[in-house]
Design a protein around this ligand. Structure first.
Ligand SMILES: [Zn+2]
Length: 216
């Protein structure tokens, strides 16, 4: 696989974060006290990432892991989630995002909506519906999206006003797929899932380098 261009600046909602890649793990830590693989400086809006001999997949995972930490801070997630969100939870979550992005170019490209998505070795078929009332498998309520883990089907309401909101629905359901796979209780928290979907979707909308990642 070709090495994609790594972002040097990321628009995260209303702020810009500079990304610094360090060959030496001790340079990642601003105080140079420890070896670190990532660090976020919220004062300087700077993300510091260990690059060293890591694979591209690992570097992107560190970027996503850092972004998730920023989302958690910015959205004051601790107020809507009862349990403490620990860094290892976000690490698992970021690995899920990295996995989806590396195995599904269509998600990076955002040119067309995916018909299927691979999530940690499970293939989910994605079906689209014109009416929100058709999305619910048991036709009880109108929904934006739904995931059926037993049948591995994601259902999406396609009649939404803009493409961005359809992508957001797809991300919402993919986040359920990731969290369900890594058995995180966060999967039951719809507010958490939806805020994360908004934030992740926003990253793709506002950062060219996250799209067309596999095109040189
Ligand atoms: Zn949901």
């Amino acid at each position: 696989m070709s090495i994609s261009k790594l972002p040097t600046e990321i628009n995260v909602m209303d702020e810009k974060y500079k990304v610094v890649y360090c060959d030496d793990a001790s340079d990642v830590c601003v105080l140079r006290r420890h070896n670190k693989i990532k660090e976020i400086d919220f004062w300087k809006n700077e993300i510091r990432i260990f690059k060293g001999p890591s694979t591209e997949f690992e570097i992107w995972n560190r970027i996503w892991d850092s972004l998730l930490l920023i989302f958690v801070e910015k959205f004051h997630i601790s107020k809507i989630v009862e349990d403490d969100i620990q860094e290892r939870h976000l690490l698992l979550f970021s690995m899920g995002i990295g996995d989806i992005l590396i195995n599904n170019e269509i998600i990076n490209d955002r040119i067309e909506f995916p018909k299927s998505v691979m999530v940690f070795n499970s293939l989910y078929n994605v079906k689209y519906y014109d009416k929100a009332s058709q999305v619910d498998h048991i036709k009880r309520e109108s929904l934006w999206g739904q995931i059926d883990s037993w049948d591995s089907i994601i259902r999406v309401y396609e009649g939404q006003v803009n493409k961005g909101s359809i992508w957001q629905t797809i991300w919402h359901e993919l986040i359920h797929a990731i969290l369900g796979k890594v058995y995180l209780k966060l999967n039951d928290n719809e507010d958490f899932v939806d805020l994360m979907a908004t934030a992740i979707n926003g990253i793709f909308e506002h950062n060219e380098e996250f799209r067309n990642r596999f095109k040189k």
